[in-house]
Design a protein around this ligand. Structure first.
Ligand code: THU
Length: 131
């Protein structure tokens, strides 16, 4: 398993690659999968604003593309004053591959952290349970 320090170093390196020319709010996300492997994402904005993608979505996509489907922990890094929790859409995207006890660590570049579980952030997540 990667150490917290290793995860933070990867998140910091990725943050420099965030593409956020419109919001000027770079975000990086590190997903630690069940294997211990790490998947990194950054927000990728678009001139057609609604097409912009959050860092968490890109990291989850990288994990799934590599053949993994279980999230063990997530760290989200941004430059915000308060460590920024994931947006509502990203909470739902994370819930597809994470349990309610999965730690979601939100951090800012000043080194402050807020720690949640996914269940705290998204109680009663939608799960497709079609008849
Ligand atoms: N953003 C993320 O990458 N993750 C979140 O959970 C919240 C918001 C991005 C989207 C957009 O590029 C910028 O932050 C400002 O909303």
């Amino acid at each position: 398993m990667p150490t917290r320090e290793e995860i933070v170093v990867l998140a910091q390196a990725a943050l420099a690659h965030a593409y956020a020319p419109y919001s000027k709010f770079p975000v990086s996300a590190v997903v630690v999968a069940a294997s211990g492997r790490i998947y990194v994402g950054v927000n990728v904005e678009n001139g057609a604003y609604p097409l912009s993608r959050c860092a968490e979505q890109i990291a989850v996509g990288a994990m799934v593309a590599a053949g993994e489907r279980e999230i063990r922990e997530v760290l989200i890094l941004s430059t915000s004053n308060e460590p920024a929790p994931p947006c509502g859409a990203c909470r739902q995207i994370l819930s597809e591959f994470a349990g309610s006890d999965t730690p979601i660590v939100c951090r800012n570049t000043a080194g402050e952290e807020r720690r949640f579980t996914l269940g705290e952030l998204l109680p009663a997540a939608f799960r497709l349970d079609a008849r």
